[in-house]
Design a protein around this ligand. Sequence first.
Ligand code: GLN
Length: 283
Amino acid sequence: MVIKEVLERVIACLKEHGNENAVFEAHMIVRHFLKLEPIDLILLKDKEIKKKEIDDIFEALSRRIKHEPLQYILGVQEFMGLEFIVNKAVLVPRADTETLTEYVINKYINKGFTALDIGTGSGCIAVSLAHFNKKAYVRGIDISQKAIETARLNAKKNNVEDRAAFCIGDIFKSNLYGQYDLIVSNPPYIETDEIKKLDPDVKHYEPIKALDGGADGLDYYRRIVNIAPAMLLKNGMLVFEVGYNQAKTVASLMKKDFDNIEIIKDLCGIDRVVVATLSSKNR
Ligand code: GLN
């Protein structure tokens, strides 16, 4: 079989299974297993493909039509223009989360900082902060060992392993984590009852622990707001990503110990990030 033929078959099969991005995803799958640049799919369209490569492509296709996210099949996802390794132990980094990451990068332009990323997952936030601010020192913590292994690989892949440390642990059971200029978190924030309504790609494959924020989705915000003051330096900042309808409630949770509470919208105009400074009465 030649490249063109395989590509057509993959597109047709994805379309048949209702995939709305069939052409794009087929290109991604074929390019990944043949290690090709986008233009090669045209230039080399009549090239014969080895049996092993055909098998790999169709194996990927069969996983995809069962709704496994493309990113887990290919093992990578782009975030902030960087490439991250992903697997079933970590949430696939979302474009939504670039809002938080860009906010912090812009806030600290030309200034160093130390940051703690609670529930770091793939490490996409922590690694990006260290990558885009060469004076930043970041630490990510996660309860999942596999997530931490993945975050470490991502730090290495993006050349920040000297300034990005990752540790396994439960932040709510330990006070060993020092003090930081900044605490960031994109915690699990989906209401437990809503999880069954999510896309099959998400609910059957992504780690539920990284999604489930308890009955009202706010469990982790409450818990982090409680422990953050003790881990922040003077004028330290707490930066949360929130679900589409949570910003105001999370902002009100922060009122007790934080000032200058600000809500930032994502590119779709949805309230996506809540930021605040530790109030001076705490330091
Ligand atoms: N910090 C990671 C991310 O934003 C993981 C978030 C999570 O697991 N809730 O992708």
